[in-house]
Design a protein around this ligand. Structure first.
Ligand SMILES: CC(C)=CCC/C(C)=C/CC/C(C)=C/COP(=O)(O)OP(=O)(O)O
Length: 508
């Protein structure tokens, strides 16, 4: 089924000035009743061989000099434009007329009915004015459908749209942010003033592996719900809904991305991170996606899915400084709290973000059969958004407490968390009405990147190192650099003596 049927001929004239040249040409190729082949018309040939004209102007002249076009529409360009203007004016008149009729009908209404109608209309206004951005997948699918069939560009654009590129990009960013926040032991810094470093190669495998795993998870998600995606304005242009790609092609893409992503994480990062990537695909496609139609708890499962990529970033960094690199050490060992806090940040953030976004399209979620708090229990929807917006405070304070960020982060993060909490409070109080859903949605959109940038800029010790690299070190007394033998404890002295003796005995 095509969601964009060709324009009926009667409509062509009306849309004439919004249609591109290529579409005009396609239109013209459709057999009119009396049609001459282009090449046999002498005036066209003249237009075609006009010397010194650029390709574009040639095309224009060729196009407008075409008498077949005149035949098709029976009008010259100027006539055509004036017809369009006339149609527009007519449409305007009609709209005015409609308004007048509606007004007259309204005037006839009883006062209480009129007040009720005004209320309904303003509610509808607020509802429809909420700008839910079309998701990147749908946008790309739209672009893809305009490209020539079987062209490489079309194929690549379609596959890219299957990966939900905007979401996947965000997922990769969260993993990278956690990776960069990992506190590398100062002792391992190449120089006292240098920033302790993490492997760039590991970062490369982490980002590419996470992106591929996310693409796989998203493709599986879309494979499971084209029937329902088709019922929502935000998602009805997705590639599988529009049949821009076959389910078989999408399965191959999802499996290939999943294997490549997990492989990249396994060989280029570590098995624990690879396991988290693979498990997250299963959790998103196998648990969250079917659960969307069963229980409102799906949002909590989805929030776990969103929280795992930062944990992957953390384990990727931790494995470079681990003793034995086991999953127990990476996930639950000393210093792993920072990773869980990063995951917690993403987990909590999704509630104010998603609850406000879904509120605006709650009717669509309801009609498509998705069990979301926004329509099942709007009061709880607001409460949950507020609760998790408030949870941001302790999570951010925890990052400073665990020596991931400087204490100054408590101040800056509290300012931005306070702003989102205020929006969440308004959203909760008005249950999403009076533009509060829009307010919270945009606050959440800004909140996450700002908090991540602040945390990275205020990473523990970064300010101090920057200060030292500018102003240098205070003079150090050389004597402080050496230990006296007596500085060691008795036990340590004994251990060193035994080791030296053993070394002496080993030598021939
Ligand atoms: C490493 C790895 C595998 C990462 C995966 C990360 C990922 C896909 C996170 C998505 C989180 C989420 C709940 C999205 C909403 O899905 P939805 O189905 O409600 O969205 P839709 O309505 O746009 O389809």
């Amino acid at each position: 089924m095509s969601l964009r049927p060709a324009l009926p001929r009667s409509n062509a004239l009306r849309d004439a000035n919004t249609v591109c040249l290529r579409c005009w040409k396609k239109f013209i190729r459709a057999p009119p009743t009396t049609r001459h082949p282009f090449s046999s018309i002498s005036s066209h040939k003249q237009g075609a061989i006009a010397v010194g004209k650029s390709r574009t102007s040639f095309r224009k002249d060729y196009f407008w000099a075409n008498s077949v076009l005149k035949e098709t529409f029976g009008q010259s360009r100027r006539e055509l434009q004036s017809s369009i203007a006339a149609i527009r004016a007519e449409a305007g008149q009609q709209a005015k007329g409609d308004n007048a009729t509606a007004k007259a009908a309204e005037e006839e209404m009883l006062p209480h009915r009129r007040r009720k109608r005004v209320k309904e209309l303003s509610a509808e206004d607020a509802h429809s004015a909420y700008p839910i951005p079309l998701d990147a997948s749908s946008k790309l699918a739209n672009i893809s459908s305009t490209l020539p069939q079987r062209s490489l560009k079309r194929i690549l654009t379609t596959y890219l749209s299957l990966s939900k590129p905007r979401l996947s990009f965000l997922v990769v960013l969260t993993a990278t942010a956690a990776y960069s926040l990992y506190p590398v032991p100062q002792l391992l810094a190449p120089a006292a003033t240098a920033t302790p470093s993490l492997s760039t190669l590991t970062l490369f495998f982490l980002t590419s592996g996470t992106a591929l795993c996310s693409a796989s998870a998203n493709a599986f998600n879309m494979l499971m719900e084209p029937k329902f995606d088709a019922q929502m304005s935000r998602t009805r242009n997705r590639p599988l809904v529009r049949k821009l790609i076959s389910p078989r092609g999408a399965i191959i893409f999802a499996v290939a991305c999943g294997l490549a992503g997990t492989g990249a994480l396994y060989y280029g990062v570590n098995p624990t991170t690879a396991f988290l990537g693979a498990a997250n695909i299963v959790l998103y496609a196998g648990v969250y996606t079917p659960m969307k139609r069963m229980s409102v708890l799906n949002t909590w499962v989805g929030a776990i899915v969103g929280g795992i990529p930062p944990l992957m970033g953390w384990t990727a960094a931790a494995s470079q400084y681990a003793h034995d690199g086991t999953w127990e050490e990476l996930l639950f060992g000393e210093g792993s709290t920072g990773g869980w806090l990063c995951a917690g940040l993403l987990f909590a953030w999704q509630f104010p973000h998603f609850n406000s976004l879904s509120w605006a399209i709650r009717d669509e979620y309801k009609n498509a059969g998705y069990r979301m708090l926004c329509w099942v229990n709007p009061a709880q929807n607001g409460r949950v958004a507020l609760r998790y917006a408030i949870l941001m405070f302790p999570v951010c304070i925890g990052l400073s407490y665990c020596d991931v960020t400087d204490w100054s982060f408590v101040v800056t993060s509290s300012a931005i968390n306070g702003w989102m909490a205020l929006k969440a409070w308004q959203f909760y109080k008005a249950e999403g009405h009076k533009g509060t859903a829009r307010g919270l949605f945009w606050a959440s959109v800004w909140h996450l990147p700002i908090v991540m940038v602040l945390a990275m800029a205020q990473k523990k010790g970064l300010g101090e190192r920057l200060y030292r690299s500018i102003f240098g070190y205070a003079d150090i007394d050389e004597g402080d650099l050496y230990y006296e033998v007596g500085d060691f404890g008795e036990e340590e002295e004994h251990r060193v003596a035994v080791e030296v003796a053993a070394e002496g005995m080993e030598k021939p």
